[in-house]
Write a protein that binds this ligand. Structure first.
Ligand SMILES: Nc1ncnc2c1ncn2[C@@H]1O[C@H](COP(=O)(O)OP(=O)(O)O)[C@@H](O)[C@H]1O
Ligand SMILES: NC(=O)OP(=O)(O)O
Length: 332
């Protein structure tokens, strides 16, 4: 039987938690923990493509460039994104390979620098919304806005953060190479940090050029899942389920939900814009192409694939669709 392909999107907490110092050691420690769960998926027989966030890292790399500008020419944000793909890809590659070897699996793991086409006409270029770098208090934020000319906004009640434009992904440019690596038995880390945003020059000679933005990794992950024909898109985060009335007394975990139902919850404003919102948007978009997604806690990933945890988002089109949850039956 052909192995099923899982596209796993690693949330920010899997690499660096908001209150941790952004040292290499802290990040590597978190990645090693995360890779135990990813290795488990591979041991269960899935073909695996991994994507990951880069918000804290790309913000820090950009700031390093800006602070050192009098000594070394600073790099633009697209170059910083490429650097963050190499940095985080290296950590995952190292940790996952070590975990796999521990359980006797000799599977190559490759990170691919990935470009993602966006539209230069995307309204997001005029309304920066993607938080990057560290967290600040309101007072610190006000100072940074004046001293460094940053745009700083509140980030989902977790503090204030610098924001940059976040256009929608249109096309993953390296998807053929990703497929070839997968077909040759590799685990592939791709589209890290949502991918390096590039646009095709309409007026010039039609070549691609990088643009200063950071794409949402869940939205790019969904596009990648579509382009490589993944059987399942798994969004790994720090909550076990998607909830309605989240954080309130009457909160309720969703176990299996159709796109139609989810769209109603979106209308009701159930999902915060900067956190659960993009995950829901990505899951809806993948379901509209016939794909199935799971949003679940990283440490419950293997359970979620057995229908014992997480929230399954499905198209709702199959007449006999049964919620697969809590039956121990494989989701794909
Ligand atoms: N309706 C909801 N159900 C579950 N979590 C929600 C909901 N609305 C907002 N959240 C928040 O979304 C967070 C996950 O998003 P985020 O922190 O951006 O994830 P990651 O960094 O893992 O990609 C959860 O920790 C939770 O606080
Ligand atoms: N690029 C991106 O979505 O990163 P975070 O998940 O870290 O915000």
């Amino acid at each position: 039987m052909k192995k099923k392909t899982v596209l796993a999107a690693l949330g920010g907490n899997a690499i660096l938690q908001p209150k941790q110092a952004a040292t290499f050691e802290n990040q590597m420690k978190n990645v090693i923990e995360s890779c135990k769960f990813l290795a488990d998926l591979v041991a269960k027989g899935y073909r695996l493509v991994i994507t990951h966030g880069n918000g804290p890292q790309v913000g820090n790399i950009l700031r390093q460039n800006e602070e050192a500008k009098d000594v070394i020419p600073p790099m633009s944000l697209d170059v910083c994104s490429a650097e963050s793909q190499g940095f985080i890809g290296y950590m995952i590659q190292q940790a996952l390979r070590n975990e796999l070897e521990k359980i006797g699996l000799e599977i190559p793991v490759a990170s691919l620098v990935t470009r993602v086409e966006v539209s230069i006409d995307d309204a997001a270029f005029h309304d920066p919304s993607k938080p990057i770098g560290g967290f600040y208090t309101e007072q610190e934020a006000a100072k940074l806005m004046i001293e460094k000319n940053w745009l700083v906004k509140p980030d989902a009640n977790r503090g204030w953060r610098r924001v940059v434009p976040s256009p929608k992904p249109v096309r993953i440019l390296e998807s053929d190479s990703i497929m070839k690596l997968l077909d040759n038995g590799h685990i592939v880390i791709a589209c890290g940090g949502g991918g390096i945003p590039v646009v095709k020059d309409k007026d010039g000679d039609g070549v691609y050029r990088g643009v200063e933005a950071v794409i949402d990794k869940d939205l790019s992950g969904c596009k990648l899942a579509e382009q490589i024909g993944a059987d399942l898109f798994v969004i790994l985060t720090d909550v076990e389920h998607v909830f309605i009335n989240y954080g309130k007394e009457n909160q309720m975990a969703l176990q299996s939900v159709s796109v139609g139902q989810l769209a109603e919850y979106v209308q009701q404003g159930q999902f915060s814009k900067g956190s659960m919102g993009p995950k829901i948007e990505a899951a809806i978009s993948f379901a509209k192409t016939g794909g199935k997604s799971i949003i679940c806690a990283l440490e419950k990933a293997a359970f979620a694939l057995q229908g014992k945890s997480g929230t399954v988002v499905h198209s709702g089109l199959a007449a006999n669709h049964q919620p697969d949850v809590n039956k121990g039956k494989l989701i794909v």
